[in-house]
Design a protein around this ligand. Structure first.
Ligand code: AHR
Length: 503
């Protein structure tokens, strides 16, 4: 028999307004994310900037609002100057992070042209691994200063007359990770981030700055890292970052489907730490969270398809092929981000193209949507407005990694256009779930509900070069509103988007 779950909503009980930056993504110089991903001058669809227009169209369809660049681990060894000026004079360099050769054919100015065409806000990271304060200031001067100084004039000599005006900056990347070039202790990093933030703000007080938090919640320094970094930077930054990747291990699909429980604990833990530091300082300021790397990533698989790094250019790295199960987990993670939209005001699905990505490409060939494309596109399109608090009745089950979790995971967003959208995941792998939503406090327009679900009898089904549309969301029939009650049947292991026009 089907399971049963219910959601109770009240229009006056809201979590907060969704910041459009919640639907960010990430382009790193890693594998084929940049080269043959977004940038492939010889591709039949390439425009005058060498950007693949087929990929640009998919990025717009995905609804991405912001893109973090240029790393990731890559940024911790990157010299930004290598990526500006005449392309034929740009140096080839070893990239120690991913053990490849970086050609620098794509750099800051190319990225900004990409951002304009993709209609996304740039989020720029500075190298605080092998570099420091001076180089961050140099990059800021080149990027944002109008003119009349050495570096702003250098930019102008590169054909970019107007400053880029980048507002959002990451102070390094994953500096708590021993794998990071220039890895630091919390104290070392906190101090460097503070002096860098202060100097950058002195140049431009309008900047928004992100200090590095923990690379994941299982880092031994989790919590203590955030506390120390924020002791140094509280008054100087706006965000602390969180990164989290999940994978199914040892066939434990139930724990995998409950990954959002970890993300939730991560967010709650960082908020508690940040607010504790704020309270100690009697600060009226609140630090928000930038969840600027999150996704499903099979980290247990080799980085290169062959795992024999040969210092090649743009090899196939981290090209995970996502299944229906992975998409349901991504949907559940999106639900968690939305449910915490009062404190998570920026987030990036890592990454955007080819590298653990919603969009895949073949060099010289097509571009297509992976399964995880769909929950992101649904949330980015329908998840704008006020997130409502909800009371949830759900059956629960036990998981090895996260303990007891509800089988129904959901959120509801009221959009400005008068639509109420319920996003819901059924975590049960075999049974459908009968959902009722109490809408008596709203005025649903009779007979106009739409319901789509991403689900498949084969949970391992995926979209590939050969079968690009094997998995797509399908309309679900039978979803109705009646007397202020919505009834819907959520397929087993499914991501659901239910939109309800309100009068
Ligand atoms: O997104 C892939 C990598 O994951 C990033 O380079 C790094 O920041 C994280 O560990």
């Amino acid at each position: 028999p089907p399971l049963a779950g219910a959601i109770h909503l009240d229009p006056n009980f809201t979590v907060g307004e969704v910041n459009p930056r919640l639907f960010g993504s990430f382009v790193e110089h890693l594998g084929r994310c940049v080269y043959t991903g977004v940038h492939e001058p010889d591709h039949p669809s390439a425009d005058e900037d060498g950007l693949r227009t087929d990929v640009l169209a998919l990025i717009r369809e995905l609804g991405v609002t912001m893109v973090r660049y240029p790393g990731g681990n890559f940024v911790s060894g990157y010299r930004w100057e290598d990526g500006v000026g005449p392309v034929e004079q740009r140096p080839r360099r070893l990239d120690g992070a991913w053990r490849t050769v970086e050609t620098n054919q794509f750099g800051l100015n190319e990225f900004m042209r990409f951002a304009a065409k993709a209609d996304v806000e740039p989020m720029q990271a500075v190298n605080l691994g092998t570099r420091g304060l001076q180089e961050a200031l140099d990059l800021l001067e080149y990027t944002n200063h109008p003119g009349g100084t050495a570096l702003s004039e250098l930019r102008r000599s590169h054909g970019v007359d107007k400053p880029h005006g980048i507002r959002l900056w990451c102070l390094g990347n994953e500096m708590d990770g021993p794998w990071q070039l220039g890895h630091k202790s919390a104290d070392e990093y906190g101090r460097l981030a503070a002096v860098t933030a202060k100097a950058m703000r002195d140049v431009d007080p309008g900047l928004e700055l992100v200090a590095c938090g923990s690379s994941n919640r299982s880092m031994p320094t989790f919590g203590a890292w955030e506390a120390t970094v924020l002791e140094h930077t509280y008054d100087l930054v706006d965000f602390i970052s969180c990164h989290a990747y999940y994978e199914e291990s040892e066939g434990d699909v139930d724990s995998f489907l409950a990954s959002a429980a970890d993300m939730e604990a991560f967010i709650d833990g960082v908020v508690a730490t940040a607010d504790h530091i704020g309270a100690k300082r009697r600060s009226g300021k609140r630090i928000n969270l930038s969840f600027d790397e999150w996704n499903v990533w099979y980290q247990s698989r080799p980085v290169n398809n062959t795992d024999t790094p040969d210092w090649s250019v743009a090899p196939r790295q981290l090209e995970d092929v996502y299944t229906v199960t992975d998409a349901v987990v991504v949907g559940s993670l999106l639900i968690t981000l939305l449910r915490h939209c009062d404190r998570v005001t920026a987030a990036c699905l890592a990454q955007l193209v080819n590298v653990i990505a919603p969009i895949m490409t073949e060099p010289g060939g097509p571009a297509w949507r992976q399964t995880i494309f769909y929950p992101f596109a649904d949330a980015a399109r329908h998840g704008r407005g006020q997130v409502l608090r909800l009371a949830l009745d759900s059956p629960v089950h036990d998981t090895a990694r996260h303990g007891e979790v509800p089988l129904l995971h959901a959120t509801a967003v009221r959009q400005e256009d008068g639509t109420l959208t319920v996003f819901a995941v059924n975590r049960d792998t075999t049974r459908p779930l009968e959902l009722t939503v109490d809408l008596r406090a709203f005025s649903p327009v009779a007979g106009q509900v739409t319901h789509t679900a991403l689900a498949d009898p084969d949970r391992h089904a995926a979209n590939t070069l050969q079968h690009q549309d094997r998995v797509t969301p399908r309309p679900v029939t039978g979803t109705v509103t009646d007397g202020g009650r919505l009834s819907a049947l959520l397929p087993p292991m499914s991501w659901n988007t239910i939109t309800i026009p309100l009068a």
